[in-house]
Design a protein around this ligand. Structure first.
Ligand SMILES: [Zn+2]
Ligand SMILES: [Zn+2]
Length: 142
């Protein structure tokens, strides 16, 4: 089992043994910039039946530019965004890559919303790059 943890440790997201942490993206959109306080957000998507959230969370849902809903779950104590549900990715739970604090996690397969990328943020070789939202399914891009 691999576990992601919020800043204070009160909330965890545990991923079942053997589930690859491979569907990683990086998103430069302004919502992710404000959500994270960082120039981009990075989320790994796993099957939602194979991940478990524990601890006290609240959630915030916003509409996306494509008119779908994107929900962030955050720790009520420290406010870390740790888990995500996107209508665009049915059956998947997103987990903040940074919450694993593990540099061995795969690099992003997709870089989205590059129209808002800070010019000093570089993108790993081989990542699919999109000026705005991803236009192909996550199984092939993120
Ligand atoms: Zn916390
Ligand atoms: Zn974003």
């Amino acid at each position: 089992m691999t576990t992601a943890t919020c800043h204070c440790g009160a909330v965890t997201v545990s991923v079942a043994e053997g589930v690859p942490l491979a569907l990683v993206n990086m998103c430069h959109c302004q919502a992710c910039q404000r959500r994270t306080g960082s120039p981009f957000g990075s989320i790994v998507w796993v099957p939602d039946t194979l991940a478990t959230i524990a601890g006290d969370t609240r959630s915030y849902t916003r509409p996306t530019d494509e008119g779908r809903r994107f929900t962030s779950h955050f720790c009520v104590t420290c406010g870390s965004n740790i888990a995500f549900v996107a209508e665009k990715n049915p059956g998947l739970l997103g987990i903040a890559v940074g919450a694993f604090a593990d540099p061995a996690i795969s690099p992003p397969r997709a870089s989205v919303w590059e129209d808002h990328r800070h010019p000093w943020v570089s993108v790993p070789d081989g990542a699919l790059r999109f000026p705005q939202g991803r236009t192909v399914p996550p199984s092939t891009s993120t």
